[in-house]
Design a protein around this ligand. Structure first.
Ligand SMILES: *Cc1c(COP(=O)(O)O)cnc(C)c1O
Length: 402
């Protein structure tokens, strides 16, 4: 059993995403199991010393050691490659391992990075705090302002990084336009596509060079395990990612790869249902008297509605809104909810609410938060798989306490 013998993975590329999500990359053992097997093994044994030698030389395509590759991890990578339309991919232990590797591995001291300032807190730490310690300077820009991207690019800029929709204020950045600016300046564009999901947005087809995911979110979708993945061209993965991951070791666990692989089978169904629910809730709450601002990428009143239409196939499973009364108002709303649970996670089957100012973005100064539109009354909502009407009724009763 090996990747090269997987006829299913080869033929699946011509099918639609839903079909690929169920079948792509499946490797069957000699037992012909229906559901993919779990290969909880550190290493692999070889029939002969000659076979072992050939594996190490890369002349035999089999597996060597689970820090390098493993059947479950290969199945997960192959299914993601075919969903995303990438040339190659490498799975990682977490989404942050994917982001850190994709940004750091190709760079060296003296290089420069430009990134949109509205991003996941840990991504901002990597760009703003970690890179400069190794001699890689970074510039943060307002991602919506194309002039700022143009002005920030220097002769030594190697990487541009963005997230869209952004966390937590759901700004939608023009991926195609920013890719063009990056390429004109001789840089690559890496897109963190967690909020959009591979179901609603394909950054590689919009001009990005690399796409990264925290598989922890919608790909698992049931709150169980952490994971990440980097998808790009075969050349980028071979040249910059392959050795870095092998030698530094932030590998995905085979068990987690199996859970995430099974998560992919239901990804399209879940994301579609969660998006429909989010859209209904956004419409129901948009003119609520206790809500001062509501941002939902699927609504016509979203500030970048034209960009949403251009690059996303649908809205989002997330809503951002600001309640009256600042932090006290937001806390009353969160504490009053009976179905949606307070958590800093997203993309789960369970609806989750987050207060970014005191959790995911508490590391930022109040000024930096204000600049990003993260006020004290701002709440991020991640729609789960519950009935939309139950969730709306729950919000209406919780907002009465605000
Ligand atoms: C959660 C998240 C990450 C980090 O993923 P982990 O799996 O928690 O390491 C990175 N980017 C975005 C946009 C996220 O939401």
């Amino acid at each position: 059993m090996s990747e090269s013998k997987s006829s299913e993975s080869k033929s699946a590329a011509r099918y639609r995403p839903e079909t690929r999500l169920v079948h792509s990359g499946t490797l069957r053992s000699q037992f012909g199991e229906t559901s993919e097997a779990i290969f909880l093994t550190q290493g692999f044994v070889y029939a002969t010393a000659e076979e072992c030698e050939a594996r190490f030389k890369g002349e035999d395509p089999g597996f060597l050691y689970s820090r390098f590759s493993n059947p479950d991890i290969s199945m997960f990578e192959r299914r993601m490659i075919e969903l995303e339309g990438a040339g190659a991919a490498r799975a990682t232990a977490t989404g942050m391992a994917a982001v850190t590797t994709a940004i750091l591995a190709p760079l060296k001291a003296g290089d420069h990075v430009v990134a949109s300032k509205a991003m996941f807190g840990s991504c901002r730490y990597v760009v703003e705090d970690l890179l400069p310690r190794y001699g890689i300077q970074s510039t943060l820009v307002d991602g919506l302002d194309l002039d700022q991207w143009k002005k920030a690019i220097r002769p030594n800029t190697k990487t541009c990084f963005l997230e869209s929709p952004t966390n937590p204020t759901l700004d939608v950045l023009d991926i195609g336009a920013i890719a063009e600016i990056a390429h004109q300046g001789g840089a690559r564009l890496i897109v963190d596509n967690v909020f959009a999901t591979p179901i609603w947005q394909s950054p590689l087809s919009l001009g990005a060079d690399v796409v990264v995911y925290s598989a922890t979110k919608h790909i698992d979708g049931q709150g169980r395990c952490l994971g990440g993945i980097i998808l790009s061209s075969e050349a980028f993965i071979t040249e910059h990612i392959h050795n870095f991951l092998r030698q530094t070791g932030p590998s995905m666990s085979p068990f987690n790869a199996w859970v995430l692989l099974k998560g992919l089978e239901t990804l399209a169904v879940r994301v579609r249902a969660q998006t429909e629910t989010a859209a209904k809730i956004a419409d129901a709450l948009a003119s609520h008297p206790k809500i001062t601002r509501l941002i939902y990428p699927g609504r016509a009143d979203h500030p970048q509605a034209a960009t949403v239409k251009k690059q996303m196939r649908s809205g989002s499973t997330l809503i951002g809104f600001e309640v009256k009364g600042g932090k006290a108002g937001a806390f009353r709303c969160l504490n009053g909810l009976k179905i949606s649970r307070i958590s800093n996670n997203l993309g789960d089957a369970k609806s989750l609410v987050t207060h970014p100012a005191t959790t995911t973005h508490q590391r930022l100064t109040p000024e930096a938060r204000a600049e990003l539109g993260i006020s004290e009354g701002f709440i991020r909502f991640s729609a789960g798989l519950e009935h939309a009407d139950d969730l709306i009724e729950d919000f209406v009763q919780a907002l009465e306490t605000v």
